[in-house]
Design a protein around this ligand. Structure first.
Ligand SMILES: Cc1ncc(COP(=O)(O)O)c(C=O)c1O
Length: 392
């Protein structure tokens, strides 16, 4: 079965759907039992898609977990109230005082903040590594290194990592590998196939796909699933049945949405490459993006997210550009059906190992609007940008 077929079929057994197309939304805190034997049986089977207590999930959650486990080719899937929770709690599940964490320098900003502001309080040390390190990561490993965390492509600047090389070194040292796969989404990249132990996604983005639910997921391999499942449970991580239902509904159309995001984003990215105001386009599927060769080797496709770097900049020009866009709204998210834009005028503040010498980075999420409308919108906003540069 191909993945687009799998994400339509997965999690739709009769036990979840009761004979209709979609799983029933089963809202519950309390599960009640008729006999002591029934209750004891539920306690014994509570890890295994069995109704036990609301925090362990209901059939709606089991349907979603089954589907996501298939999507990411894992042994089990833990659900979290958002992507940031999935990252923070998964790290807490596997790290303890005295441990060392190797975190990629291009990690999503709240991931960095969690390491610097919270893990540090528990005696867990984080050091950052260059996203372009492959086997040379070995020099960064210390006797107490327990986790190597990857995010590929990196947040905002889109560097693609050499995942198999990093995993090879991690395995040789018995180190757990975790990857933020929100970009790769399980259809375009499945890190567990390359030996990564745990794949995390902000399901908030492409899985939900409609900008109306916060959710995080962590899919683990056979070795790490029992610990992830039990520790995430002890940390109190759960989601509502309504959100689980909406995530499943989003998942059903993810393959076809991604095709359109990919096509429109590539068309706009190539057009921006030729624009006189643009110094560089950072799109993993286009030559010149750091790690493009790894993208071609490991990914099945790209999506709506990419960035571009301005040749010249001024705060007034950036503000005028952002405020003159009609179809691109300013917003910190991505992965929904709509186009979004953010401007990053101080990238250096988000990079401690590698620094940032280039200019302002504009990140776009290309939505499902007509691509000509989007191009025209960007063209007129770049004209406004130009006129503000000339005035200053
Ligand atoms: C790469 C990446 N990881 C994780 C997250 C966090 O997800 P959430 O907003 O659901 O907490 C985001 C959100 O923008 C993200 O871009």
């Amino acid at each position: 079965m191909k993945k687009p077929t799998q994400i339509v079929a997965a999690g739709r057994s009769k036990a979840y759907t009761h004979g209709v197309v979609n799983p029933v939304v089963q809202r519950a805190s309390t599960v009640v039992f008729e006999t002591v034997a029934e209750m004891q049986q539920a306690a014994k089977e509570r890890h295994n898609r069995t109704l036990f207590y609301g925090r362990r999930g209901t059939t709606t959650h089991f349907a979603l977990q089954d589907a996501l486990m298939e999507l990411e080719n894992g042994a089990g899937c833990a659900l979290f109230p958002c992507g940031a929770a999935a990252i923070a709690q998964t790290l807490l599940c596997f790290l303890k005082a005295g441990d060392h964490l190797l975190m990629v320098d291009t990690a999503y900003e709240p991931t960095r903040d969690f390491c610097d502001k919270i893990l540090s309080r528990y005696g867990i040390e984080t050091s950052y590594y260059d996203p372009m390190l492959g086997a040379a990561i070995e020099q960064e490993i210390r006797p107490n290194t327990k986790v190597i965390f990857m995010e590929s492509p990196g947040s905002i600047t889109m560097e693609v990592q050499d995942v198999p090389s990093l995993v090879g070194i991690a395995q040789a040292h018995g180190i757990l590998t975790i990857l933020d796969n929100t970009y790769g989404n399980g259809l375009q990249f499945t890190p567990l196939d390359l030996g990564v132990n745990i794949s995390i996604q902000a399901a908030t983005k492409y899985i939900v796909g409609h900008s109306d639910v916060m959710m995080g997921i962590a899919v683990a391999d056979k070795q790490y699933w029992p610990t992830l499942r039990e520790h995430a449970y002890l940390l109190g991580q759960c989601t509502s049945a309504d959100d689980a239902y909406l995530a499943l509904r989003g998942l059903r159309t993810m393959a076809v949405r991604l095709q359109q995001h990919e096509q429109s984003a590539l068309s706009i990215a190539k057009w921006l490459q030729a624009h006189p105001l643009v110094a560089e386009v950072r799109h993993p599927a286009l030559a010149g993006c750091p790690g493009h060769e790894f993208f071609v080797r490991d990914f099945k496709g790209s999506n709506g997210l990419f960035s571009f770097i301005m040749k010249q900049t001024s705060p007034a020009a950036v503000q005028a550009f952002l405020e003159s866009l009609h179809h691109f709204k300013m917003g910190f998210s991505w992965g929904g059906y709509e186009s979004l834009v953010t401007a990053n005028q101080n990238m250096a503040a988000l990079r401690s190992k590698t620094g940032w010498q280039q200019g302002t980075v504009i990140r776009l999420h290309i939505g499902l609007e007509d691509v000509e409308d989007l191009r025209a919108d960007l063209a007129q906003a770049l004209d406004v940008y130009q006129s503000h540069l000339e005035r200053s």
